[in-house]
Design a protein around this ligand. Structure first.
Ligand code: SAM
Length: 220
């Protein structure tokens, strides 16, 4: 009989050797990573690779981000229980689950309907209750604004103006900005209607498509 992988042990190893060892110190973030079952957010045939130190395909030319990248974006957000967070790019729903586990009120938008629906089903099964929307997240979600945090999990040519407008005073936006192939992870903090930008290193994300993102359509 085939032995079942010990996902809890793989999760602890991911947290120690991929996340904590690279400098992530926020205990709320680390304990959320220990509790969310990443194997539930990858395709069945990739479950054994769920805790590998890399992004994985989730279909439709999209990916679930590398665990460390989800961790650094979450740590930069400095999330607190009760924070109102807008996520652009639900994808597999894994980043959404991490934010819910911390106790944030999460609004998440995904442009590919099938991904949004699959993520919603998984998140519900795991007893998380984010609000998932299908559409172009580059324009944000005005009806529920302002947000304390906006996390964009796809690479943008620049920071969409609509998202800056929907941030509250002292609110933070975490977003990869650059060209289609490589980006810089930016944290912007809104102070007196201006956005103070910090640079947090290089990264590679699938493109943010839409009105205030990359215009051309394609597989990714
Ligand atoms: N947060 C995801 C996770 O944990 O699996 C990672 C998502 S993947 C790297 C980026 C996602 O952004 C893709 O699912 C893609 O379809 C989505 N996306 C790209 N442009 C978008 C847009 N304008 N609005 C909403 N979602 C978008």
């Amino acid at each position: 009989m085939e032995e079942k992988p010990d996902f809890e042990q793989l999760r602890r190893m991911m947290v120690d050797y991929q996340i904590r060892s690279r400098g992530i110190r926020n205990e709320k973030v680390l304990s959320a990573f220990l509790r969310v079952p990443r194997e539930e957010f990858v395709p069945e045939e990739l479950k054994l690779s769920a805790y590998d130190d890399c992004p994985l395909p989730i279909g439709f030319g999209q990916t679930i981000s590398q665990p460390y990248m989800v961790a650094i974006m979450t740590e930069l957000a400095e999330p607190e229980s009760g924070n109102k967070v807008l996520e652009i790019g639900t994808g597999s729903g894994y980043q959404t689950a991490i934010l819910c586990e911390i106790g944030c009120e999460v609004f998440s938008i995904e442009r590919i309907a099938e991904l949004a629906k699959n993520a919603e089903i998984k998140l519900k099964k795991l007893k998380y209750n984010p609000r998932i929307f299908i559409g172009d997240g580059t324009c944000g979600l005005k009806d529920y604004a302002p947000y304390q945090t906006i996390i964009v999990t796809a690479g943008a040519p620049d920071i969409p103006e609509s998202l800056i407008e929907q941030l509250e005073e002292n609110g933070k936006i975490i977003i990869p900005v650059g060209d289609i192939f490589s980006q810089t992870l930016i944290r912007g903090i809104k102070r007196k209607e201006k956005l103070i930008r910090e640079n947090h290193g290089g990264c590679q994300f699938v493109p943010l498509r839409g009105k205030e993102g990359w215009k051309q359509s394609g597989s990714s």
